[in-house]
Design a protein around this ligand. Structure first.
Ligand code: COA
Length: 359
């Protein structure tokens, strides 16, 4: 195994001196492996041609501007729920790991669409799995949620207090879109899903987080938000009851934010880790728009295989999109120990984050 690994820069030596002057660079605590993954998507699908029938849009417009062809949509009438999807994804990950729910010490769910303010989705998952007494909490950083949570969970693992943690990204964002010509600007983008991974502490110090970055821009939320009433509108925005509980997005402004931020985030993360773009095997990115992803890929001269894209089949699934891509790579046998993988997210909040791992 060691023979096939790329040469390591000093930043990967667990015994190397720690440069505390650089945020995002870590001392190397006990290693952490991502040992398993699983996903769940609702049965119901919505293709571009289905959308053409319910709003003024076209397959050509959607594919050209976003790269999306299909999405899965939860159906509450059939009992679909965000915690249901999260539980199914975790069950699949547990099966992948050969583990049972009682093997877990903690469940963390990244989501911005809990069924209710409380209980959290994570607590609902414990109920569905029939486990008691373990830790469970939700984390909301919208489309960056899974990446924010990966960094958080690694920090918890580094304390040595946890052996197995389940991390799930799950959202049913389509409850916040309007399927009409009025809502078409965002309705065509989103889908529902959940993706889970299991992280396990290991005595091998090599696998784990190499660098991480968390960012936010609160005032930037004026370009992407979900108001719940008149008091939750960005400053200067006129109240419209039709907007309540619906995603409000200024598409071109969010596009500019993402296209500008995404390459900077990659550069910053590589710099913290002392690596070049080509040293990273996979960039596992939040799937928001194929044009945003391709712009970043081209900027760094990366090959298609290093920048996996599945937005065509799922749309933008918020916190689920990153684990969805990771799982598909694992299933395809492409994820191997020793590889370096950069997880990247950006979205509402505004938030953006990276998590660079050595697997
Ligand atoms: N079908 C057909 N036409 C549509 C449409 C749709 N679904 N949605 C908007 N349009 C129309 C607009 O009404 C506008 O028409 P007009 O010129 O007659 O006013 C025209 O298409 C252009 O709209 P615009 O919003 O400027 O399009 P765009 O090229 O910026 O593409 C997005 C829109 C949403 C695809 C693009 O801005 C985007 O991807 N932004 C980022 C969104 C994102 O990633 N959000 C999640 C972040 S996590």
């Amino acid at each position: 195994m060691a023979d096939s690994q790329p040469p390591r820069s000093p930043a990967h030596d667990p015994n190397a001196a720690i440069n505390t002057a650089r945020p995002g660079v870590h001392a190397r605590p006990p290693g952490v492996r991502i040992i398993a993954s699983g996903i769940a998507v609702p049965e119901k699908t919505l293709t571009n041609s289905d959308l053409e029938k319910i709003m003024d849009t076209s397959d050509e417009w959607i594919v050209q501007r976003t790269g999306i062809r299909n999405r899965h949509i939860h159906d509450p009438q059939k009992g679909d729920s965000v915690s249901g999807l999260a539980t199914e994804a975790l069950r699949n990950a547990l099966q992948d790991a050969g583990m049972v729910p009682d093997d877990l010490d903690l469940i963390v769910v990244a989501t911005m669409t809990p069924e209710s303010p409380t209980p959290s989705v994570a607590c609902r998952v414990t109920t569905k799995l029939g486990v008691r007494n373990i830790g469970a909490f939700d984390l909301n950083a919208a489309c960056s949620g899974f990446v924010y949570a990966l960094n958080t969970v690694f920090g918890l693992m580094a304390t040595g207090a946890y052996r197995n943690i389940a991390l799930i990204g799950a959202d049913t964002i389509t409850q916040h879109v309007e399927y009409s010509t009025y809502g078409r600007g965002s309705a065509v983008l989103f889908g529902d899903a959940a993706g889970a991974v299991i992280l396990q502490r290991t005595d091998d110090p090599m696998p784990g987080l190499l660098a991480h970055i968390l960012h936010s821009d609160g005032p930037g939320s004026k370009d992407l938000y979900v108001p719940t009433d008149e008091r939750t509108l960005p400053e200067g925005v006129e109240y419209n009851p039709r907007h309540v509980n619906r995603v409000q997005m200024h598409g071109p402004a969010v596009f500019r934010f993402a296209v500008g931020t995404f390459p900077k985030l990659i550069e910053e993360t590589l710099e913290h880790a002392g690596l070049q773009a080509a040293d990273v095997d996979y960039y596992i990115c939040h799937q928001s728009n194929v044009r945003i992803l391709k712009a970043a890929q081209e900027r760094f001269g990366l090959e298609d295989r290093q920048f996996p894209i599945n937005i065509d089949r799922y749309g933008n699934t918020v916190a689920a999109s990153v684990p969805l891509v990771f799982h598909e790579l694992r299933q395809g046998g492409k994820i191997q120990p020793g590889q370096r993988v950069m997880f990247l997210g950006f979205g509402a909040g505004l938030t953006w984050a990276s998590s660079l791992w050595q697997l």
